[in-house]
Design a protein around this ligand. Structure first.
Ligand code: NZQ
Ligand code: ZN
Length: 400
């Protein structure tokens, strides 16, 4: 099933349309959800408030949402939405803000504890409509049916997937709003969207040549555009390409017809739950080790990725014995990917992430407590396997 009804309104100054667009989707009294202050500093919040007012939409606000958002703010938002009789959720920010708005949207319409949805006790059967003004291309939440929230008690970071209810009605995407992103957040966002594509690319489903090629195209475009935005944060064309890539990476189109993996994401979610790291950086600390491990256990797609996305050719492994070539090609692809991330000052192992002594027992325990006996699909990983990958990720070195 592919159901992606979000209306994307893309281009310069599009935030001016937020009032009239929210009105079209039935908003009378909206809750604006935003983060730690970037939207105030840039003046975006004031522009959004003005646009809502001009369309006759009243609003209340829930600000100060932090990265890796928690259940505490969701409960607060649900109470506020009920008290103020809010009929529309408007997220102005990135994944953390959008996911909080989504969780509130579902929680308001449910008599029990909203966490029931995240821990799998209940499925969402109703939700307030959600709109988005996106300020960072990264999580892809503007076009996804997912929300990721951390339960403070026990540090459980879980994702909820309910495309029918949680996909935003509309997402306003003005690349100029991303000019103010710090380089680290830009880089983390780029890494996150790349891994969203890769979680879909690393699949054993046969006969999905079209989606393979779409995944490759999105990845190659990101790799081309990323240095441009890192070098010149105000490059509109490059910012626009990166912004749209972040949406296509995660709105489901790159995963149609195939089994998806998601092991790297779930392994990362434990890192960001326990150590509070930025999600994209957590991913670049896990993925090179995960791919290297896959070279031993299911090399097919790693080798294809190396050739088609990272441009590794037989010349690059000249002189190797024919039987050893696929593995060397695959490993060279992993190294090139890691170097690419390194070029944006991202970590490529857990130590570089600032965690020299990760509690691997704890990470493995929490991972399997949250996700069950096996994690991922490309290779179904049991506890011993995820432990091996965490250990490799702690010390991964491009030069080995
Ligand atoms: O809080 P403010 O002050 O706005 O600052 C934010 C925040 O510190 C800043 N920022 C955002 N736009 C900015 C800006 N700074 C300057 N100028 C701008 N235009 O960036 C920082 C990070 O924001 P955040 O919303 O946390 O980023 P992101 O979009 O990467 O979201 C990360 C969250 O999404 C989850 C992650 O796990 C993490 O919790 N994910 C959600 C998914 C989904 N819903 O489908 C899928 C993803 O795989 C991911 O797990
Ligand atoms: Zn992600």
């Amino acid at each position: 099933m592919f159901h992606s009804p979000t209306e994307f309104i893309f281009g310069r100054d599009t935030e001016q349309q937020v009032g009239q667009t929210a009105k079209r989707y039935g908003a009378h009294r909206a809750m604006i959800v935003y983060g730690g202050g970037s939207v105030k500093r840039s003046g975006l919040l004031t522009r959004v408030e003005t646009a809502l007012k001009a369309s006759g939409i009243e609003h209340v606000e829930l600000g100060g949402i932090t990265p890796n958002p928690t259940d505490t703010r969701v409960y607060e938002g649900i109470d506020l939405a009920r008290k103020e009789q809010v009929d529309f959720m408007l997220a102005v920010g990135g994944g953390s803000v959008i996911d909080t708005a989504k969780a509130i949207a579902a929680g308001v319409k449910y008599d029990g504890d909203f966490w029931d949805f995240f821990c799998g006790k209940r499925t969402v059967e109703d939700a307030l409509p959600i709109g988005v003004v996106l300020t960072i291309p990264a999580a892809g939440s503007e076009g996804s049916g997912n929300a990721v929230i951390t339960k403070t008690d026990g540090l459980h970071k879980l994702s909820l997937r309910t495309p029918m209810w949680l996909r935003p009605k509309f997402a306003i995407m003005n690349p100029e709003l991303t000019f103010t992103l710090p380089p680290y957040q830009t880089a983390c966002g780029i890494a996150d969207m790349m891994v969203h594509v890769m979680e879909r690319y690393f699949s054993n489903t046969k006969g999905c040549e079209l989606t393979d090629r779409m995944c490759e195209a999105v990845l190659m475009a990101i790799i081309d555009e990323a240095p441009k935005v890192m070098h010149n944060p105000q490059d509109y064309e490059a910012r626009a390409n990166i912004m749209w890539a972040g949406t296509l990476a995660h709105n489901g189109i790159c995963g149609t017809g195939r089994e998806e993996d998601w092991a790297s994401h779930f392994m990362e979610h434990e890192l960001s739950a326990v150590y509070g790291v930025t999600h994209g950086a957590g991913l670049t600390a896990i993925v090179p080790a995960w791919m290297t491990w896959m070279c031993r256990h299911n090399i097919n797609k790693v080798e294809q990725f190396a050739r088609r996305v990272m441009g590794v050719t037989p010349n690059d492994v000249e002189g190797a014995a024919p039987g050893a070539k696929p593995r060397l090609v695959a490993l060279e692809g992993v190294r090139r990917l890691a170097r690419f991330w390194q070029s944006m000052d991202l970590p490529t192992n857990i130590t570089q992430l600032g965690i020299p002594k990760p509690d691997i027992d704890l990470l493995v325990d929490k991972l399997h407590e949250n996700k069950g006996e096996f994690v991922g699909n490309y290779v179904k990983l049991d506890r011993e396997m995820t432990r091996e990958i965490y250990v490799m990720a702690r010390d991964y070195s491009i030069d080995d």
